[in-house]
Design a protein around this ligand. Structure first.
Ligand code: UDP
Ligand code: MG
Length: 323
């Protein structure tokens, strides 16, 4: 693209959509309203790039309809369901050349789309990456809130780079996207990778709302289905299972330790039984957990060396670079 470095005119909003027919019309209305407001307040134009991640409902027909109706809407249909992170990646890659920055946001608009205007402002002021950070999680169920918070805490101890309560709602300048596209790994955790780019960063704080329609695409059943998948040679889930088995054994060993010591002190055992029982279970648990963790990393290596393509585009609508 032939642009001046400070030519900040167009933002492309990338929306991964997987079976989102229920929320899309509503979400499109809200996003178009926001785009109008953004243009009025900042002078920056907005485009919408909808990525259909192999939906099985009417999502693609809806996208085609929006693209026919609005000149600022484009759509990409992936040939297969590749998952949220890959769909986002596809959207970012396809958006190159169409805009000066991208904003990624989920189709359910649980993240406040009006925060995009603040992101645009910070972008105009020269920030390359602007993170959307949730102020609170009142509207999530306690289960989602608990698991999500445990997740962020765990990630933060493992990697200091993670921003607490930032999901994949963020703005990235075109050069930041191009830099990200140079990361070759297939095991993607975008919110962590973006942090490593090192360009100037800004933050926008907002309240997260509940999903208005449709259901979460990450229900418990999906996680269970995932482990069944793993039984095939295609996946590394069996390796994860070893970790799980090891952790369970370690837990059982704790119980056996208590039981063994109890039996020992009331004098019901023969010499050596307690120490044998306790160490057998404990060592077994620790070793199996270790094997599992190692196996999990090997599984990742297995996925990386295959170097499989991230996605294939099946169809496209809307003119690239047009209007
Ligand atoms: N999504 C996707 N591919 C998938 C699963 C989800 O593109 O395989 C999209 C989905 O359409 C939504 C976003 O990823 O725009 C986040 O999904 P969801 O809102 O269901 O997740 P949650 O907010 O419950 O974590
Ligand atoms: Mg959601």
């Amino acid at each position: 693209m032939n642009q001046q470095p400070n030519d900040k005119q167009t933002i492309c909003i990338v929306i991964p959509c997987y079976n989102e027919e229920e929320v899309l019309p509503w979400a499109m209305g809200k996003l178009q309203t926001m785009i109008g407001k953004m243009k009025a307040e900042t002078g920056i134009k907005g485009r919408l790039l909808l990525v259909d991640d192999g939906s099985r409902d009417r999502t693609w027909e809806l996208i085609e309809g929006f693209a026919a109706e609005h000149s600022n809407v484009a759509g990409v249909k992936l040939s297969h369901n590749e998952g949220h992170q890959n769909a986002l990646w596809a959207g970012m890659q396809e958006s190159l050349g169409m805009c000066d920055a991208i904003v990624s946001i989920d189709a359910d608009l649980q993240d406040d789309e009006m925060a995009i205007i603040d992101m645009a402002r910070q972008f105009a002021e020269g920030k390359d990456i602007v993170y959307g950070v949730r102020k609170q999680r009142k509207t999530d169920t306690w289960f989602k809130r608990f698991t999500a918070q445990a997740f962020y805490r765990l990630m933060q101890t493992a990697d200091k780079e993670i921003i607490y309560n930032h999901a994949d709602f963020r703005l990235m300048s075109e050069r930041a996207v191009r830099a990200l596209m140079e990361y070759p790994e297939r095991n993607m955790f975008l919110r962590g990778m973006v942090r490593q780019l090192g360009f100037s960063e800004g933050y926008v704080y907002y309240d997260r709302t509940a999903r208005t329609a449709g259901e979460s695409k990450y229900p418990l059943s999906k996680m269970l289905a995932f482990s069944i998948d793993g039984i095939t040679s295609f996946s590394t889930a069996p390796l994860k299972f070893i970790t799980f088995a090891g952790l369970t054994m370690t837990l059982i060993s704790m119980l056996i330790i208590i039981y063994g010591l109890y039996e020992h002190f009331i004098g019901k055992t023969i010499e050596g039984w307690t120490s044998l029982m306790v160490s057998m279970w404990f060592i077994g648990g620790v070793i199996t957990t270790g094997v599992g963790i190692t196996g999990t990393y090997i599984g990742k290596i297995y996925n990386e060396v295959k170097r499989r393509p991230r996605y294939f585009v099946d169809k496209k609508v809307g003119i690239k670079g047009g209007n």
